[in-house]
Design a binder for this molecule. Structure first.
Ligand SMILES: O=C(O)CCC(=O)C(=O)O
Ligand SMILES: [Fe+2]
Length: 237
């Protein structure tokens, strides 16, 4: 019997992940989703009743491809991912606030955090599934849906690079104050995830911490179809 997803998340080497997040701002996770779970998620892409809205990216000049926001209550797997990652990432988020000279403000559980979002009128669920065909891409962006946002998010790639698609690398661009930007290209195996900053992160400098600005996107899919699953913790207006 394979271990449950919440157990797998709990048993990740969080000490090492926290250190990696502090050092480079993002952390690649091992394969957490079974291939069958990835296939099920991709197969349910056409179940319209699961989703609250579909976005055609070209229409908004967001890129080329489409994505769908899940309707609450979320499918169990997504709920487990969102709930399972939140507590450790709230520790990261609070530590980052402290490093930048702010008060800690993220509660210990996802439920409490979502209550904060809802009180500010952000009530619509944000976890999403994305689909890009050959020629598809996702422009560099930030997933902000109101004043309240959680500073980290997680993404999983659902199909196999080099088999189901080529190209389609995850891109992370870090803009440093008064300096040139730095880019990261991150390749994810099927079912593996990536934790990355939503908009900013602290970087240790000569005189304490300073703040960089991050944007993420996806490079052009050169063949095949790429699906991904985005776990955003704040809800939307
Ligand atoms: O398709 C991807 O890997 C990126 C998706 C994305 O923009 C997100 O998860 O916020
Ligand atoms: Fe995004």
């Amino acid at each position: 019997m394979p271990k449950s997803l919440p157990k797998c998340i709990e048993e990740l080497d969080w000490q090492a992940l926290q250190a990696t997040l502090d050092e480079q701002g993002y952390a690649v996770l091992p394969k957490l989703l079974l291939s069958e779970e990835c296939t099920d998620m991709m197969n349910s892409y056409s179940d319209e009743e699961r989703f609250r809205s579909t976005i055609h990216m070209e229409r908004y000049r967001f890129g080329r491809g489409e994505y769908k926001y899940y309707q609450a209550p979320l499918p169990e797997l997504l709920q487990q991912l969102r709930e399972g990652f939140y507590p450790e990432l709230a520790l990261t988020a609070n530590r980052w606030l402290t490093q930048l000279g702010h008060e800690e403000r993220y509660p210990v559980s996802l439920d409490e955090y979502l209550e904060m979002c809802h009180e500010q009128g952000q009530e619509r669920s944000t976890p999403l599934i994305l689909k890009y065909e050959e020629g598809g891409y996702n422009c560099l962006h930030q997933d902000l849906y109101g004043d309240e946002f959680f500073p980290l998010q997680v993404v999983f790639v659902l199909n196999k690079k080099e088999i189901d698609f080529t190209g389609g690398e995850f891109l992370l661009m870090e803009q440093r104050p008064r300096a040139q930007s730095r880019g990261h290209v991150i390749t994810l195996e099927q079912g593996a995830g990536l934790i990355f900053p939503t908009s900013h992160r602290p970087v240790e400098g000569m005189r304490g911490y300073y703040r960089t600005t991050l944007r993420h996107g996806v490079s052009t899919i050169t063949s095949g179809t790429r699906y991904s699953l985005g776990i955003i913790f704040h809800d939307a207006k």
